[in-house]
Write a protein that binds this ligand. Sequence first.
Ligand code: FES
Length: 349
Amino acid sequence: MSKFHSLTVKHIKPLTPNSVAITLTIPKDLIQTFDFLPGQYVTIKKEIKGKELRRAYSICSSPKSDCFTIGVKKVDRGGFSDYAHTKLAVGDVLEVMPPEGRFTFNSSGKAKNIAAFAAGSGITPIMSIAKAVLASDPKSKFVLVYGNKSYKDTMFYTDLVKLELNHPDRFFTYFITSQTQEDDSLFGRIDASTVNYALKNKHKNTEFDAYYLCGPEAMINLVSDKLQENDIPKEKIHFELFTTTEILDEMPVDAEGQTQLKVIVDEEEFSFQMDKKERVLDAVLKENIDAPYSCQGGVCSSCIARVKEGKAEMVKNQILTDGEIEDGFILTCQALPLTPTLIVDYDDV
Ligand code: FES
């Protein structure tokens, strides 16, 4: 299930002082396995200082090719991102899981008008989506509002300017910078007035089919609330969290006792006792079971499984819909067992 494949680094291109675009070659026999929808991400596994790290990175290139590109921004005390900036070289081999994720654009072949709001490295999946929208129909339009500290920190700045030059009537970018006043950019952060400026002023006569939001949680919540205030139905708003204030914000757990957990992965069954204070994925990994996961922060959806018996409660969930939760789906990295026995099936998703 969580099968990793060895892919070779074809190209590394600096985007900003703190970010790089890494292109990986897809071997011929894996072309289908690595087929992806614009907006999806891959998980990379790397052992650093004796510890296995898994990190999810969105694909920024267009589908249908023998390679794909991810954007990697260096984060403070970053494990893989630091390695990618200082040690990774062309020809190195990385262990990569096939693309996944639900923040996708699926072209129906009809002209679509799409608006996107991105901040920082949240631009990565939006790049892939924007290219797909423009390629889907010559009448499709894409409006992007993109926030950064300065142009120097703006990932894909040149690519975005080129897209605008190549599609002057169909691709519109509104850069917004918070630390330096730049030519042709708005000053400040993405806020309610920026949403109104782009959608109700500059593009007031355009009816948008969908809205894609990617970046920190506060920006996503703000834009999503503003869109809904403007009567945009929730179903048209898609979002992907790139950082979350809650990842390290542990919920106090006062549950006592143990749960007998049965896990089904790749048609194999494993049974063991786990502490009720512990999250299901943590317990599964302690037993060296090869369950799928990536962010371990409730952000990516790699660790989805279905509860077959018993009950579990998620500490945090911004991915699964109410209907999916009713159907028994859980993010195992966020799930605490509530019952004396629990059966969790990773295969039935
Ligand atoms: S591992 Fe990413 S949501 Fe659970």
